[in-house]
Design a protein around this ligand. Structure first.
Ligand code: LRH
Ligand code: MN
Length: 427
C-alpha cells in the first residue's frame, strides 16, 4: 500500500478550495500588515516528536479496550509513526520508552527508522514498574528509595538507556519517576530529595557528549499524598544543582487544575532551564488527552510565550517538543495526527500576535488592548496555512480523511492478528 498515492489522490480533490481559502486568508492578513508565506514556512519547519507508547491504544486502571491492528513490537510502532508523519509531515522524531521499546539489535532498529525518514528523539527510562526477573522492587520508589541497592539498580537502568540512546542517535534522556508517598509520615521530604539529587548526579555523570538530561515534575500519581519531584520550582532547583546539561521538562498534565502553566514556561525560559514539553490536555488530572482538545486557549498562551522568546532570541532557547498522550477511545494514529496539527496551529497563531501592539499595551497598562492583541491571533482561522504547509511538504490536506480513505487500519488489522502485546507499554 503506497500511502503517498492516497495522499496525492485525496489532495487533488481539495486543492481548488485550498488555494481559494489560502489566497483569501492572505488578503485578510495583508490588511493587518502580515505576509502569509513566512507563516507557512514556519508551519512547514515545525517539529514535534511522537511517543512510541502513543501509537497503541492506552488504558486506565479500570480497563483497556485494544483496537484492531495494534502494534506488537517497536518495529510496528515505528511503522505507525511513519504513517503519522506521512500525513502531517511534522513528526519525524520518535520518543522511545525503555524497556517497552528495548530492541534486540539497536543498529537494525535505527536502520529501520532511517529507511522511513524517521529518527529517535528523547529516550525515556522506566523505574515506575517492576520488570520480569528484576532483583529489587520499585514499590517504595526508585531513584529516591531508602535502600541504596534499589537506587543504584535504578541508576544502572538509566545508564543503560543512555548507552542505548547513544547507539540510536538520540540527543536527550528524560527521567520521570513516580516516587513519593501515600500517607503523611511515609516519606521524609528533605532526605528523599537529597537521595533524588544523589541518584541524578550519578546519571548526569554518565551523559554521552551532546546529550541533554530532562527531568519531569508531576504533582501526584502514582503517589497520592506526596511526590518527590512535584513541581517546577523543585525541578528548577535540581537542574541548577546538576549542571548546564540538565533541564526541566513541562508535561501539561502534571499540574494542579488552573495552574498558570504559560507563566511557568516563561519562568523556565527566563531561567534558561526549559527542556521542552510533553504536550497533551486534561480536564481534571493527568488525563493525557489530545493536545488542544480541552483548553486550546491555554495551548495558544503557552506558544505565545515560546514565540515571544524565539523572536527575542533568548540565549540557549532550544525547547524539545513531544506529545505524551494516552488514546483510550480513539484510533491512536488519528489522535496523534490531530494533536500534531493543533500544535502547529497554536504555534502559527502565536506568530500572528502583533508584539509591538502587545508590548505597547503592556507598557501603557491597557489590559483590553493587550488581550485583544492575543485574541485576534487566537481567533484567526489559520487552517489554510496549516493545510498548505502539509500539501507543500507532501502531506495530506486533511490527514484524518486521507488516513481513513487509505484503509491503513484495516490492512494492519489483517497483518497484525491481535495477540497479547509484547512491550507495548500501556500507560
Ligand atoms: C508520567 C508520564 C511520563 C512518562 C509516562 C508515559 O505521567 O507523563 O512522561 O514516562 O507518562
Ligand atoms: Mn510525560
Amino acid at each position: 500500500m503506497v500511502i503517498r498515492e492516497f495522499v496525492n489522490d485525496h489532495n487533488r480533490k481539495a486543492l481548488d478550495w485550498l488555494h481559494h481559502d489560502y489566497e483569501h486568508l492572505g488578503k485578510q492578513l495583508r490588511r493587518r500588515g502580515v505576509e502569509v508565506e513566512p507563516l507557512t514556512e514556519r508551519a512547514m519547519a515545525f517539529r514535534v516528536a511522537v511517543p512510541s507508547w502513543g501509537v497503541g491504544t492506552g488504558g486506565t486502571r479500570f480497563a483497556r479496550f485494544a483496537g484492531p491492528g495494534e502494534p506488537r513490537d517497536v518495529f510496528e510502532k515505528v511503522e505507525d509513526c511513519e504513517l503519522v508523519n506521512q500525513m502531517v509531515r511534522v513528526t519525524p522524531g520518535i520518543s522511545l520508552h525503555i524497556p517497552w521499546d528495548e530492541p534486540e539489535d539497536a543498529a537494525e532498529l535505527l536502520a529501520f527508522a532511517k529507511a522511513r525518514g524517521l529518527f529517535f528523539d528523547s529516550m525515556n527510562s522506566n523505574t515506575f514498574q517492576d520488570q520480569e526477573g528484576q532483583a529489587r522492587s520499585y514499590k517504595f520508589g526508585s531513584l529516591t528509595h531508602t535502600d541504596p541497592a534499589v537506587r543504584s539498580q535504578a541508576v544502572e537502568h538509566n545508564l543503560h538507556c543512555l548507552a542505548l540512546g547513544q547507539r540510536l542517535g538520540a540527543r536527550s534522556h528524560t527521567v520521570w519517576i513516580g516516587d513519593g508517598g501515600n500517607f503523611p509520615g511515609q516519606v521524609h521530604f528533605r532526605r528523599a530529595l537529597e537521595r533524588y539529587l544523589e541518584s541524578l548526579r550519578a546519571i548526569y555523570a554518565g551523559l554521552p557528549d551532546g546529550f541533554r538530561m530532562f527531568i519531569e515534575h508531576k504533582l501526584y500519581e502514582p503517589a497520592f499524598y506526596s511526590t518527590v519531584l512535584n513541581d517546577w520550582g523543585t525541578s528548577y532547583y535540581c537542574t541548577r544543582e546538576l549542571g548546564p546539561k540538565a533541564f526541566s521538562l513541562v508535561d501539561l498534565g502534571h499540574h494542579a487544575p488552573n495552574v498558570n502553566i504559560e507563566m511557568i514556561v516563561a519562568r523556565l525560559v527566563q531561567l534558561g532551564k526549559l527542556a521542552g514539553f510533553h504536550f497533551n490536555d486534561s480536564k481534571y488530572g493527568d488525563d493525557d488527552l489530545d493536545a488542544g482538545s480541552i483548553k486550546p486557549f491555554q495551548l495558544f498562551l503557552v506558544f505565545n510565550e515560546l514565540v515571544d522568546a524565539e523572536l527575542e532570541g533568548v540565549p540557549g532557547f532550544d525547547p524539545a517538543y513531544m506529545l505524551d498522550q494516552s488514546h483510550n477511545v480513539t484510533d491512536p494514529l488519528e489522535s496523534l495526527m490531530t494533536s500534531a496539527v493543533e500544535l502547529v496551529r497554536a504555534y502559527v497563531q502565536a506568530h500572528l500576535v502583533d508584539r509591538a501592539i502587545l508590548r505597547g499595551a503592556q507598557e501603557e497598562n491597557d489590559p483590553i488592548l493587550a488581550l485583544q492583541a492575543l485574541k485576534l491571533a487566537f481567533t484567526t482561522d489559520v487552517g489554510p496555512i496549516l493545510a498548505m504547509a502539509r500539501h507543500r511538504t507532501g502531506g495530506a490536506i486533511d490527514p484524518v480523511a486521507a488516513y481513513r480513505a487509505s484503509g491503513y487500519r484495516r490492512t494492519k488489522a489483517e497483518e497484525r492478528p491481535a495477540v497479547a502485546s509484547r512491550g507495548a507499554g500501556i500507560v
